[in-house]
Every structure is written in structure tokens, then in C-alpha cells.
Write a protein that binds this ligand. Structure first.
Ligand code: SF4
Length: 419
């Protein structure tokens, strides 16, 4: 039986595409292998957003090239757009390059041809049960000055609403309980019926027991009234991830983020008007030109919004981005110091947010069922929840349960299932 390895780096998009490739190969009779030893096909799905992820992908490519012939290797994703010459130098000219701008149909068709497998039936692409990942917007044209995605993924295109709704319906009918809608800047979604909020409203009307969530909204393209409409929907998860990036208007301008702190505050305020909802964000520390005052403004914004979770990144140059050519770089030592100051603030806030849940109970979607009776899931407001089944009741992956919370840490909640 032919075998394959799929190695994935980076974002949820890559997870989705890799899951689709895996599913197609398995349906074609390929078996997934844990090692590169005598493998028939290697697929490497790459990320160029962070240098570390990029270097890991090239290092894995080197490993794969010593184990199999280059003609059996597929190198796809962002680094495949930006650095295909390097890929060829490492693996040889026979390596198959699929650029990050290729949509899922093209990726599947190319891999199918390389693997010489029979044409696959159209399918519902999804990642890990019980979550079905559904693509809404491909590419990005927002041109944040630190980001390589517009160059790597190409022009923005919206997936047809009919396709999205059909995939959502099929996923629910196949037992998926969470729909995760994806777009690099998902607020740019548009269709004949309107924009993102209209599509989410249509999706909310589908029959079945399910939750949905979406990544990533962009504050510049999100209206306060839309946030309020979103919060009225029946199946939506109760959390918004709203990337702030910096609390300084000057730095936001240099980042080309196209919103001010006042704009952001208005959106965040709408989310915060309902205490059942959580708010999380992304912050970049040490963007070129960031002064002590700019950094203090970011710390103040993080404290003011009491974020339930923050993905904190240290600024690093991505070659080819406008920010990488900006002159006034922040010294690495200062970036490290600012990062550790903010990290402490963020950790305290996460702990505070989760500790406040002790004594209450939350709805949880079961994501993994532990052998020892410990089960892991996600609360409707997006927190990690570990719980024991009282009386060792069995709650399979994909079921919704109620959990009484008796402990909270920075990482999440702990409790006992009461259903
Ligand atoms: S919105 Fe900005 S950060 Fe997000 S993918 Fe587009 S350019 Fe990059």
C-alpha cells in the first residue's frame, strides 16, 4: 500500500488544506506513515509569517530530500510562493512547488496528479472532528506593513456563499458540532446577500445542534452594529478574537492597520457589554519606531480591556515587508524586556479571567475523551476545559456537556461534568 507523510506549519488555513489533502490521499488508498522511511509521498505545507516556522519547514524539506526522491515531495504554502528557489536548491529541481495563492481545488488537483490517484469525489474539507473548518476568504489585500501574507497568498477572493452554506450543512449532517469559518481578514467577506454578518445570520438559521466561530476579524472592517448583531445569533460561540496589535495610534498607523484606538475601544466595548462573552487579541511588541510611550499605551490598552487571552509576539523582520525596510528598529534587548513586562500582565489577566469562573458552570463541546476519565473540551466562550465525568459517564467527542468549575488556571478551567 502506498504511504504518505503530511507535515504542516503555521495557521488554521494550512491545517485545513493539509486535512483535505490527507483525506483525499486516504480515500485514494494511501496510508499515513509516521516516518519518512520508504514513504511514497511527502507533503510539506509551509508558513512564512514567522521565521522560526519557515526555517523548520526548510529543515524538514532537507530531511525529506535525504529519504525520498524530490519527485515524491510536494512543497506548498507561503514559503512555496516566496522562496521556491531555496526549496529547489535543498531538494532538487524535481520537487513539486504549489504556491500559497493556490485554492483548495487546485491543491487537490495537483496532489492528485502527482500521487497518480483516481479523481476524488467532492468532499467537505474539515480538520479535526468535531470541528469543521470552512474557508470564506482566500488571500489578503489589507497590506499590514509587518505581514507577508498579501505577497504569499495573493489576491483576496470570497468563496461563494452557496458553497459555504452547503459545506456547513453537510458538516452538521455528518455530525460536526463546531463550524470554524476562516479568512485572513474575514470581515472582507462579501456576497450577493451582503457581507459577513449576513452570511453568519444565514448560517445561524441552519437546523441542527452546532456552534460556530470565525477567524480573524479585522477591527478596521468591523462595525459596532455588526458586533451587536453577531451577539444576538443563536449558534455563535461567545467570544471574539479581535487583533489589536498595538495600543498606540502612531504605531497602528505605521502598521497600516487603518483603525485608531478609539475605533477599537468602540468594538471591544460592544463585546464587553455582555459578561458572558470573552475577548482575546494579538499584540506585536517592538514594532519599528515603538517608543516607551507607545509601549505604555499598549500595556494600558491591555489592562483597560482586561483581555481574557492575548497572543503576544515579538516583532521580527519578514524580508519583503515594508516594515522590514523601516529605519528605526527597536533593539532586541528592549523588545525582550517589553515582551516579558507585557507577558506578566497577560498571564495575570488570563488567571484572573479563569479564576472568576470558579463556582459557576459552563457549556462545553467535548474535543478529546481521556482514557482515565479526564476529558478535554472548549467552553462556549472559548476557554480550555478539563473535566472528570462524574460516575464515569461516557461523553464522546462531539457531545455538548455542562461542567461545574472548581478550579481555574492561566491555561483554562477544571471541573466535574454535571450532565
Ligand atoms: S489583515 Fe494584515 S495581518 Fe492579517 S493577513 Fe492581512 S495583511 Fe496580514
Amino acid at each position: 500500500m502506498p504511504t504518505f507523510v503530511v507535515k504542516t506549519f503555521g495557521c488554521q488555513f494550512n491545517e485545513l488544506y493539509s486535512a483535505s489533502v490527507t483525506e483525499m490521499l486516504e480515500r485514494a488508498g494511501y496510508e499515513q506513515s509516521r516516518t519518512l522511511d520508504r514513504v511514497s509521498l511527502v507533503v510539506i505545507n509551509t508558513c512564512a509569517v514567522r521565521e522560526k516556522a519557515q526555517e523548520k519547514a526548510f529543515s524538514f524539506l532537507g530531511e525529506a530530500a535525504t529519504a525520498v526522491d524530490a519527485s515524491r515531495i510536494v512543497f506548498m504554502g507561503c514559503s512555496a510562493t516566496l522562496d521556491q528557489e531555496r526549496a529547489k536548491r535543498i531538494a532538487g529541481h524535481e520537487v513539486h512547488i504549489i504556491p500559497g495563492s493556490a485554492g483548495i481545488e487546485e491543491v487537490l488537483a495537483r496532489v492528485q496528479a502527482i500521487a497518480a490517484c483516481a479523481p476524488a469525489e467532492p468532499m467537505v474539507p474539515h480538520s479535526l472532528f468535531p470541528t469543521a473548518d470552512i474557508e470564506l476568504v482566500r488571500g489578503c489585500e489589507s497590506y499590514c506593513t509587518y505581514c507577508i501574507v498579501p505577497r504569499a497568498r495573493g489576491r483576496e477572493t470570497a468563496v461563494d456563499a452557496e458553497v459555504v452554506l452547503r459545506q456547513a450543512k453537510d458538516s452538521i449532517q455528518h455530525g460536526f458540532r463546531e463550524l470554524l469559518l476562516l479568512g485572513q481578514n474575514i470581515n472582507r467577506y462579501h456576497w450577493s446577500g451582503g457581507g459577513l454578518i449576513e452570511l453568519l445570520s444565514a448560517l445561524d438559521r441552519l437546523d441542527g445542534e452546532f456552534w460556530f466561530w470565525f477567524l480573524s476579524p479585522h477591527p478596521a472592517y468591523f462595525q459596532r452594529a455588526e458586533v451587536q448583531r453577531l451577539m444576538q445569533l443563536e449558534h455563535v460561540e461567545h467570544h471574539v478574537h479581535l487583533p489589536l496589535q498595538s495600543g498606540s495610534d502612531g504605531i497602528l498607523k505605521r502598521m497600516n492597520r487603518r483603525y485608531s484606538m478609539a475605533d477599537y475601544d468602540a468594538l471591544a466595548g460592544a463585546v464587553r457589554s455582555d459578561s458572558r462573552w470573552t475577548l482575546t487579541t494579538d499584540i506585536i511588541v517592538g514594532f519599528p519606531g515603538e517608543t516607551d510611550e507607545d509601549f505604555e499605551a499598549t500595556v494600558a490598552a491591555v489592562r483597560r480591556h482586561q483581555f481574557d487571552g492575548v497572543f503576544l509576539a515579538k516583532y521580527s523582520d519578514r524580508p519583503g515587508t515594508p516594515a522590514s525596510a523601516m529605519p528605526d528598529k527597536v533593539p532586541q534587548k528592549t523588545i525582550d524586556e517589553r515582551h516579558s513586562v507585557l507577558l506578566q500582565v497577560v498571564r495575570d489577566l488570563s488567571l484572573q479571567s479563569n479564576a472568576a469562573m470558579i463556582g459557576g458552570s459552563v457549556d462545553v463541546l467535548v474535543l478529546t475523551a481521556g482514557a482515565s476519565g479526564d476529558t478535554f473540551g472548549k467552553s462556549r466562550d472559548g476557554r480550555n476545559v478539563w473535566f472528570e465525568d462524574q460516575g464515569r459517564l461516557s461523553h464522546p467527542v462531539g457531545s455538548f456537556v455542562r461542567v461545574d468549575i472548581n478550579h481555574g488556571s492561566r491555561e483554562g478551567l477544571y471541573g466535574i461534568c454535571s450532565t
